[in-house]
Design a protein around this ligand. Structure first.
Ligand code: FEO
Ligand code: CA
Ligand code: CA
Length: 655
């Protein structure tokens, strides 16, 4: 997501002296003398150029490749371009009515709906998404649940959008405008059904639901009720209004949806004595900026004013569990999973069937975490599984350079975020109790020596090997250059993977590797440098800023980008943001789809038969000028929307 000219995630708030991952990589290279990229490229090849020892990226596909489609060339068209033999169909754009009568039952075409209308329509800025089959197996009827990360048309920060598509001059913020924004954020639960090969919304279904930035929800787990979660409106510290900045997602094996609260800091500001900062150590660490906020919700609602309600921001930045099959259920903010700028959540089982949730904190120099439940999963017993995410241990990743058991580059350890482990030498912040450790998980990670990463975005777990992959989108905001690092300016990003010791997700140690170092080998100045990328990056598949990530059940790794879409300079030849697929064995990467202008491609989910893929196109035309009118075309304003992808021969996606 973008606020003004730079993502707020790009601004580091980590003041610790913890080691950065790039320094760990450098040490690993120095120690072992080589990097295993592609089919075993030596470090000389890694440093000298992208394809010197290329083992992948060729159009000569091995017969065993998981990638069965023909690569799509990069482009800058204002449309969705998908691989030959596939069809992409726009679905449920922002403003789609979920009900046939009453407020919001029609879309005006101009976004002129009221706040009350918006509360009954699909929200804006689609992101994480999951298809829940209606009976657990159907591939033609289900609940499509998705995140709406923010709103581009109602936010004072999006001046280009307002100038081009909104009233002129842009209207002043009002309570109605803020409430409309609030109702366009959050999640949608949409009952959908395929008839005669066409998917439609089942309007008026009892499942249809909007969860917004004002929906009542419950804080659960070890931090619920803590003093730091109490406000004047909720003296119990257990009841919260709303979820917002819902970025990536997860889902559980017991049929619930996990929505991940990311850039909540952007929604807090103050109108009180703005010349005085007034932020706490914790607020600064979480990126709340002094004075008025870009969204200016605090001008209308006191709870978003950090000087009036100091604890309200502590009630956001969690993972929220939603039962999509019960529209009256109260979403639960699971405090055991820690508070940070959650990107997504990927589950795995330990060998003894405890539940593990892997999570990234998307900010420059922030960390990777995992939660391990105390209880075990019981197949088919919803009651036993319902609160598994309330009790367990939370760990943060520390990467190192020990000897690995295979061909990976280094080792790592999981450090438990535990009050008794906080060293007495740590004086930046004083934790009151274990609840405080969870509420201020970032500060606990600082104290415990976690490894700084380049903006961890989505995490995904291989369906059979259990290896975990994470996108480190880029570090374009990292201001402290460290010449010891192999690539101090990581503008293209990378995908890192690790395997838990003994193949058990409960392990406290792991081996790690770099799966792909993104880069651009078509830029002359990059040739011979690490900016050309690893050996599986080619002129045909070059991309920047990997973000969305997910395995399908066959082990294909799907990669989505949210990066620079100018197609010039360092990004020449990369075109609009796109979706690629990779075979994790050969490491070959192939572009599958290109999004419309100025969008990000994000979120992915398949029907159980793997023959329908749903993805999201977020903020087409985000830069305003020269932008997009996708998907409606003509002179219409651009809208975020879902895209349904099918193979024309009715086959499995990706084959
Ligand atoms: Fe909302 Fe880090 O992407
Ligand atoms: Ca993202
Ligand atoms: Ca991103």
């Amino acid at each position: 997501m973008k606020i003004q000219s730079i993502d707020s995630e790009d601004l580091p708030t980590n003041t610790s002296q913890n080691e950065h991952f790039q320094a760990v990589v450098k040490r690993a290279v120095d120690r072992r003398g080589f990097l295993k990229f592609g089919s075993g490229a030596a470090v000389a090849a890694f440093l000298a150029g992208p394809l010197a020892a290329c083992g992948g990226g060729s159009s000569d596909t091995p017969a065993t490749s998981l990638l069965g489609f023909k690569a799509v060339a990069a482009n800058t068209l204002d449309t969705v371009t998908v691989a030959e033999g596939y069809t992409a169909t726009t679905f449920v754009p922002w403003g789609t009515p979920l009900f046939s009568t009453g407020a919001g039952s029609t879309w005006s075409g101009t976004g002129s709906e009221t706040a009350a209308d918006q509360a009954r329509q699909v929200g804006d800025n689609h992101d994480g998404i999951h298809f829940f089959a209606i009976d657990g197996t159907s591939s033609s009827e289900g609940l499509l649940v998705m995140n709406h990360e923010y709103n581009t048309t109602l936010s004072p920060t999006f001046t280009d959008y307002l100038t081009l598509f909104g009233p002129t001059p842009a209207p002043a913020n009002t309570l109605e405008r803020v409430n409309k924004a609030i109702n366009s954020w959050g999640c949608s639960v949409i009952h959908i059904k395929k008839t005669s090969n066409k998917w439609d919304v089942v309007k008026d279904s009892a499942y249809n639901r909007r969860i917004t930035a004002a929906t009542p929800m419950q804080l659960t787990g070890p931090a619920a009720g803590d003093a730091l979660l109490k406000t004047s409106a909720d003296t119990t510290g257990t009841e919260v209004l709303g979820t917002f900045n819902n970025c990536g997602n997860g889902f559980t094996p017991w049929g619930t949806y996990l929505t991940c609260e990311e850039n909540f800091n952007n929604n807090f500001g103050t109108t009180v004595d703005t010349a005085t900062d007034g932020r706490t150590v914790s607020m600064k660490r979480y990126g709340i900026t002094a004075g008025t906020s870009g969204y200016a919700w605090e001008t209308q609602l006191d709870r978003f004013d950090y000087k009036k309600e100091a604890n309200e921001s502590n009630r956001h930045g969690w993972i929220v569990e939603i039962d999509p099959f019960d529209a009256s259920s109260k979403p639960k903010k699971r405090t055991a999973l820690g508070r940070f700028k959650h990107e997504n959540a990927a589950y795995a089982f330990t060998k003894d069937k405890r539940v593990v949730v892997y999570m990234g904190d998307d900010q420059t120099n922030d960390y990777i975490y995992k939660f391990v439940s105390t209880g075990t999963y019981v197949e088919g017993n919803q009651r036993a599984n319902a609160n598994l995410l309330d009790t367990g241990k939370l760990y943060v990743a520390k990467f190192g350079t020990g000897a690995t058991t295979g061909d990976f580059m280094g080792t790592g350890e999981w450090i438990e975020l535990k009050l008794s482990s906080i060293p007495s030498t740590y004086t930046t912040y004083t934790f009151a109790n274990q609840a405080d450790v969870l509420i201020n998980a970032r500060l606990a990670g600082d104290a415990l020596g976690a490894t700084k990463m380049d903006r961890p975005e989505w995490v995904t777990v291989h369906p059979t090997s259990g290896e975990v992959y994470v996108t480190l989108t880029n570090n374009s905001g990292r201001t402290v250059a460290d010449e010891a690092n192999p690539r101090t300016s990581n503008i293209y990003g990378q995908i890192v993977r690790w395997r838990e010791t003994g193949g058990d997700a409960a392990a406290l140690t792991f081996d790690w590797d770099i799966f792909v170092l993104a880069g651009n080998p078509t830029v002359t100045a990059n040739v011979g440098t690490t900016k050309a990328g690893s050996s599986n990056v080619t002129a045909d598949n070059t991309f920047n800023s990997p973000d969305g990530l997910g395995f399908d059940k066959f082990g294909r790794l799907w990669i989505q980008t949210d990066g620079n879409h100018t197609n010039t300079g360092n990004y020449a030849g990369q075109g609009n943001n796109s979706m690629l697929a990779s075979d994790p064995v050969s490491k070959e990467i192939r572009r599958f789809l290109v999004g419309p202008k100025q969008c990000e491609v994000t979120g992915l989910t398949f029907t159980p038969d793997s023959k329908t893929l749903f993805i999201n196109i977020q903020h087409p035309g985000e830069s305003g000028s020269g932008g997009s009118t996708w998907p409606d075309g003509g002179t219409n304003m651009p809208r975020s929307a879902t895209v349904i992808i099918t193979k024309n021969d009715g086959g499995v996606i990706g084959t």
